[in-house]
Design a protein around this ligand. Structure first.
Ligand code: GUN
Length: 283
């Protein structure tokens, strides 16, 4: 038997249809949600991500500004642009594409973004609110993982969720959001001893370790839900997740593919955050 596939592409399209309708109504009332994206340098993957964000804005009726800056841009120049966007009334969300060139201190830049415009959810105040469980702008990929599980009709309450990976962008926040959904959460990472003993207990396994095809069937309890957050570019140019899909789908329950799983949800949640920010800030 093969596991059902969770289509992030399809769920994402459903959510986007709702966003498009809500934005259309807001625009009629005189409020157009606006997103500013800053890209410093010419990293090819970042260029693709930024183009996709720009496209999503156009498709859904948002106002979009993309600031493409030279790799030689100084930290002061970048901070001056962030400050300008913080004060710009038609911009409700600001995203600085990471990674930044090495001469720029990432933390100083993230800290400079207005908390209420931080649609990445990376500002320490938003991270703190996430930990406390207060209302905040949630980081996009973790929020997308939770939304995907929910909309597939999978119950999280009382389940044992195991997260592989402890990054600030995915592993840590997704573990907090799973706890918020009343799951019992175990964190694994590159130094975890006997990882398989833990992952084989998971009802829900979220993999964000950044290693292509790391998880095979031997890590997975029969019937477990498997969410693959990995996006690894192989030498042959193909995209691979952190989960060996062909091996795991033989034992798991519902499973996300790569591409077409978590990936499409990330930009959709960015659009959702921008709409939330616009409604809070107004014109
Ligand atoms: N680079 C890779 N993923 C992300 C993300 O989620 N946000 C930003 N700002 N940069 C990224």
């Amino acid at each position: 038997m093969t596991a059902p596939i969770i289509s992030g592409k399809q769920v994402s399209e459903e959510i986007r249809a709702g966003l498009r309708a809500e934005v259309e109504a807001l625009v009629k009332q005189g409020l157009t949600p606006g997103l500013a994206v800053i890209l410093v340098g010419e990293d090819p993957a970042s260029q693709v991500y930024v183009r996709n964000k720009e496209k999503a804005c156009h498709d859904l009726g948002y106002y979009s500004e993309v600031h493409r800056l030279a790799a030689s841009t100084s930290q002061e120049e970048l901070l001056a642009l962030v400050d300008k966007l913080n004060r710009q009334a038609n911009i409700h969300g600001i995203l600085v594409q990471l990674p930044l060139p090495r001469h720029i201190d990432e933390k100083s830049v993230i800290d400079a973004i207005a908390v209420e415009k931080d649609v990445d959810g990376f500002h320490p105040v938003n991270v703190g609110n996430l930990v406390i469980g207060d209302d905040s702008l949630l980081p996009c990929t973790p929020a997308g993982v939770i939304e995907l599980i929910k909309r597939t009709g999978i119950e999280m309450s009382g389940k044992h969720a195991v997260v592989i990976g402890r990054s600030n962008i995915v592993g840590k926040p997704v573990s907090l959001l799973l706890q918020r959904e009343n799951a019992t959460v175990t964190m694994c990472h590159s130094r975890t001893a006997n990882m398989k003993e833990l992952t084989k207990q998971a009802d829900i396994l979220v993999v964000a370790i950044g290693k292509a095809n790391f998880v095979d069937a031997s890590y997975v309890k029969p019937g477990a839900v498997v969410i693959d957050v990995g996006m690894n570019r192989l030498d042959n140019g193909k995209l691979a997740g952190d989960v060996d899909f062909e091996s795991v789908k033989g034992v798991s329950g519902p499973i996300t593919p790569v591409p077409g799983g978590v990936g499409p949800m990330t930009i959709t949640m960015l659009m959702n955050n921008t709409l939330i920010a616009a409604k809070r800030l107004g014109g």
